[in-house]
Design a binder for this molecule. Structure first.
Ligand code: G3H
Ligand code: 13P
Ligand code: NA
Ligand code: ZN
Length: 308
């Protein structure tokens, strides 16, 4: 069924594992993810960005996710990723989403609280859960000293105050991850001390890690080998995702890894089969690559296998 994340997060928190929140934009991406979750018996969060709604048309994505629920019988959360204001959150809630993110993290603290609170009130009146964000994800690679980190990373005391004042159901935090395929210039590092402090102040409260793709080297290499040009791509090491999953992080956001897997497989399939012009062939290869990648994530990184 289509569910909220409440029960799923409770179990993930207690079991020290995390649920993958995968960004979806079309049928093949959804099918690849759902086929993997079926085989691994894992709950799923399928998340839709404003860009995805614009690309696919909201009604198509909604119907595809409904098809995924019917086909899989898995608990699936339909989540709005990075809702930028109350209006888009309301629209998705009214459209039948079971979860929305209000991302007002670029606003000052008090304003973030006020906007988030308004979304929470509306969402909860409709039985929908809300994720908010505190801290800034992008542009923190150069944050070397404590005061720079405090300006961009989530401040633990503020996280506790924010949750208490907004009544939000989960919180995305900034501890050194970032969106996209170029997450670290040098050695990857996340601020686990900060994560532990946040967890200590918010016991049993589900945390969310955005920008959590691991940027699998095999797909970067395939892309580059088959005409692509994405040198220096680097993600969060798998070990760090596992560690975060044991420290209160219940939702791990993954988009870049889907993009890389699909693009790598399609690039290879098109080069390997020059006489083919049936899109089902290369889109099918993309779908299979996503499925195998997501299976690996669920089983070996997130640990949500056999929990559905
Ligand atoms: O956090 C952003 C997600 O990767 C979605 O990306 O806005 O290009 O759909 P998008
Ligand atoms: P990645 O770019 O690391 O996949 O992060 C995706 C994300 O956070 C979507 O909200
Ligand atoms: Na999100
Ligand atoms: Zn994100």
């Amino acid at each position: 069924p289509l569910v909220t994340s409440t029960e799923i997060f409770k179990r993930a928190y207690a079991g020290n594992y995390a649920i993958g929140a995968f960004n979806v934009n079309n049928m093949e991406i959804i099918q690849g993810i759902v086929d993997a979750a079926k085989e691994e018996k894992s709950p799923l969060i399928l998340q839709v960005s404003a860009g995805a709604r614009k690309y696919a048309n909201p009604i198509y994505l909604k119907k595809l996710v409904e098809a995924a629920v019917e086909d899989s019988n898995l608990p699936i959360v339909l989540h709005l990723d990075h809702g930028e204001d109350f209006e888009i959150c309301k629209q998705c809630i009214d459209d039948g989403f079971t979860s929305v993110m209000i991302d007002a993290s670029h606003h000052p603290f008090e304003e973030n609280i006020a906007i988030t609170r308004k979304v929470v009130e509306y969402a909860h009146s409709k039985g929908v859960v809300v994720e908010a964000e505190l801290g800034r994800l992008a542009g923190v690679e150069d944050a070397v000293n404590v005061s720079e980190k405090d300006a961009s990373y989530t401040v633990p005391e503020q996280a506790a105050e924010f949750v208490q004042k907004t009544g939000v159901d989960s919180l995305a935090i900034a501890i050194g991850t970032s969106h996209g395929a170029y997450k670290f210039k040098g050695e990857p590092s996340l601020d686990f001390e900060r994560l532990k402090q946040i967890q200590a102040l918010l016991p049993n409260f589900p945390l969310v890690l955005h920008g959590a793709s691991t940027v699998l080297p095999e797909f970067v290499e395939l892309c580059n080998q088959y005409g692509g040009n994405i040198p220096g791509a680097q993600g969060v090491p798998e070990e760090m995702i596992r560690r975060a999953a044991g420290l209160g992080v219940c939702k791990v956001n993954i988009d870049t890894d889907l993009r890389l897997a699909m693009t790598a497989a399609i690039r290879k399939d098109i080069v390997d089969n020059p006489s083919n012009f049936d899109p089902r062939k290369y889109l099918g290869a993309g779908r299979t690559a996503i499925k195998e990648m997501v299976r690996h994530k669920i089983k070996n990184v997130l640990g949500s296998n056999n929990t559905a």
